[in-house]
Design a protein around this ligand. Sequence first.
Ligand SMILES: [Zn+2]
Length: 429
Amino acid sequence: MNAMPEFDTPDLRAMQADLHTLASIESPSGDPVAVQRVMDVVEGWARDLGAETHALGGGTRIFRFGVQPDAAEPADRPVLVLTHADTVWPHGTLDHMPLRVDGDRLYGPGTYDMKAGIVGLFHALRALNGQWPRGGVTVLLSPDEEIGSPSSREHIERAAHDARVALVVEPPVADTHALKTGRKGTGSYTLTFTGVASHAGNRPEDGASAITAAAQATLDLQALAQPDLGTTVSVGLIRGGSAVNVIPAHATLEIDLRVSTLAEAERVDAAVRAWTPYDPRVTIRIDGGLNRPPFEQSAGTLALFEQARAVAQDLGFDLTHAIVGGGSDGNFTAPIIPTLDGLGAPGDGAHAQHEHVRLDRWPDHVRLLTRLLREVWIRTPMEWAAKTVQSERMRLVELPCRAGEKRVPDVELATRRLSGLSTKQTESV
Ligand SMILES: [Zn+2]
């Protein structure tokens, strides 16, 4: 017999109605007032469930359910759930991409990424009937995830330091049941070249071509890519020159960087900053850097995934996992606490015309989230082992130690404790 309470089957019609409410409010990242309108609706749902609500600087909101302030024991810290209210879609998108249901699919801008994730989360919270997990639940609603979370990042990192695990309700991998256990880090650079203009026919030797320098930089910097290590470097934009018969004095190029590890980020960053034009008369200015650190797949995250997989099996479906290229706010929490991403609504078409949620699969994922919220890491040895592993990278755990002695966490021991868990290779998608 199952020791856990049984939860009601999610009410798909009510979920659809709530999704319609949120997705009908267009909320591009660049319009904070519109984004706050979505947040007002969500905050109403949070208050109905008895949350303590907070508006933070920059537009981020936090809702706390059964959270004890300043919990001393790590196990008494809350589960942090990350959500965002903004979308990539500009105002007016609904005019040519209206919300519509076609068979098992609900189409519309911002549905899959991630208003359905927010709706599913609140249906899962409601199903808990006030029985919050140990430590409670903190829900963080970001206003600017789609543009790299410039205003919410510090709130996310602070909330992660106060939490024991993070669950991210971004959608699962497109058209699958795959959760996300790792994400690449992302970076971008703008390189501005200033050369010397001159007549291209009469006095070419007096000129110093900014375009030539940009072209050389393109080849040299793209050669920094290490696909085997997950590092990609791509010059996606290049502009320059003033007229065809003038040696160009100006050029700019923009670089997209993706990395799987912080070590790779540091290697590429150092090489970009060290690059100098072959022609000393050309000067260079470098702007940009790493936007989001890599979400490296950790033992803690894999332990969390194994728990989710066991719950899904119990619910009658198979769950897989993958490392993906795109970033999320999970990239900010993963270096601090075990983070499991992709717990939103299944579907496809993020940032694309065919964006949709799979209505036939959605209730299963809400049941999964409900059970995960209720049961997350009841088994303390697993939590202990995983926390020890993650602390090696970010901070020292609160272990008893002699005065003046620097505590070095026993990562090997922690890994052995986790050895009963699967560490199989991830499926790539
Ligand atoms: Zn998203």
